[in-house]
Design a protein around this ligand. Structure first.
Ligand code: HEM
Length: 392
């Protein structure tokens, strides 16, 4: 299991991982990344990524890795069928394309409010002022999480997401533990409150499924709340941030979109492909011996599908490093594949479409500010820490 001389801890990886992926696809399509107490096989070619995401020999159930004394909070993304099927069906009704479509005017209202606020202030830090609040407000409202707690759970969620990454420092790992503990405590409290005073929101619906139907356990209830909150935080935020960044790096494509607003849907798909917010799949391990890209994977070994690389594989996309907002077909894998395909995809798409449309209409002169944007160090969630923009 020798790692080839492609170093993902090279600081250049954080700014631009794509040349690293190109080498991995060519030289080491099964790449061993040691981390923490073990390591994982990373697969970078389009076909292998699709296989890992779809093949149920690769398991997600984390319960067997829980250390004595540690708690486990099952949810759909860390379980296999039949638990996965049950847990997913309990919330899927809240995310159907039809339900999400009905949220359009409300999301539009939030977009306008945030942009007006930035205009009045005369400056825009794209992440803190726009990309971050929009998805967080939407998911918090949908779930029924009080808005005034926003700053607090945003911090815990980010600790958790970054601290569990293969590039995380020991301090970041420690903060991740703190983040998850805080989120558990927070939801325990909120769930108790909502049980006393049910409302018309997702959390109250989940409590009823637990209390009345026995359809999910107390741990699953907390696990599901945490999953939805984090999924709503660390992903759509980065689609808006990375998408705007890609547009500003390609002024001719930005101009093309401004002149042709009918391109909006296809533009969002291309931005998803070009700089995927979730660069690699979440935890999976081989349930049995399996061979992928010529590599035998032993039962119990971790695997990861590098979505960000699959999306740039020349075997799947002509001229893959070119941003082409009209690209068709565009079978990117940014929302995953198979039974764990992103439940929030319709919501994420709508939010990003309305956000970009609003941003371009509000600021016809949008451009990079003098201060360069800064990327967060991570292999899973690719996003910007800070992104000041200028709008003349
Ligand atoms: C699953 C990406 C937004 C909820 C996934 C997966 C990906 C993904 C790649 C599969 C992970 C794997 O198989 O390892 C994204 C991206 C988003 C986004 C790129 C934004 C641009 C959202 C939103 C929600 C959401 C807004 C809503 C709360 C979920 C859930 C799953 C999931 C619940 C687990 C599905 C299952 O296990 O059956 N997402 N996501 N996502 N996503 Fe998203």
């Amino acid at each position: 299991m020798d790692s080839p001389a492609i170093d993902l801890r090279d600081p250049a990886f954080v700014g631009n991982p794509y040349p690293f992926y190109a080498r991995m696809r060519a030289e080491a399509p099964a790449y061993w990344l040691p981390h923490g107490n073990g390591g994982m096989w990373m697969f970078t070619r389009y076909a292998d990524v699709e296989l890992i995401l779809k093949d149920l020999r690769f398991k997600k159930d984390t319960s067997r890795f829980v250390q004595p004394g540690e708690q486990n909070f099952p949810q759909m993304l860390n379980t296999d069928p039949p638990d996965h099927t049950r847990l997913r069906s309990l919330v899927s009704k809240a995310f159907t394309p039809k339900v999400v479509e009905g949220m359009g005017p409300h999301i539009q209202g939030i977009v306008s409010y945030l942009l007006e606020r930035a205009k009045a202030k005369g400056e825009l830090e794209l992440m803190a002022d726009f990309a971050m609040p929009l998805p967080v407000i939407v998911i918090a409202e949908l779930m029924g999480v009080p808005m005034e707690d926003r700053e607090q759970f945003r911090e815990w969620s980010t600790y958790f997401a970054l601290g569990n990454d293969a590039l995380a420092t020991p301090e970041a790992r420690e903060r991740a533990g703190l983040g998850i503990q805080s989120l558990v405590g927070y939801f325990q409290h909120l769930l108790a409150q909502r049980r006393q005073e049910p409302r018309d929101d997702l959390i109250s619906g989940l409590i009823a499924a637990h209390d009345e139907g026995g359809k999910l356990s107390a741990e699953e209830l907390i696990g599901t709340c945490i999953l939805l909150l984090i999924a709503g935080h660390e992903t759509t935020v980065n689609l808006i941030g990375n998408g705007t960044h890609a547009l500003l790096c390609h002024p001719e494509e930005l101009e093309r979109l401004r002149r042709n607003p009918g391109l909006l849907e296809s533009a969002v798909e291309e931005l998803l492909r070009y700089d995927a917010p979730v660069q690699r799949s979440t935890f999976r391990y081989a349930g049995e011996e399996a061979e992928v890209a010529g590599q035998v994977i032993q039962p119990g070994q971790q695997v990861s599908a590098v979505i960000g690389s699959a999306n740039r594989d020349p075997e799947a996309f002509p001229d893959p490093d070119r941003l082409d907002l009209g690209r068709t077909p565009n079978r990117h894998q940014s929302f995953g594949r198979g039974i764990h395909f992103c439940l929030g995809a319709p919501l994420a798409r709508l939010e990003a479409q309305l956000a970009l449309k609003g941003l371009l209409e509000a600021f016809p002169e949008l451009e990079f500010a003098a201060e360069a944007p800064a990327w967060r160090p991570a292999t899973m969630f690719r996003g910007l820490e800070r992104f000041p923009v200028a709008f003349a």
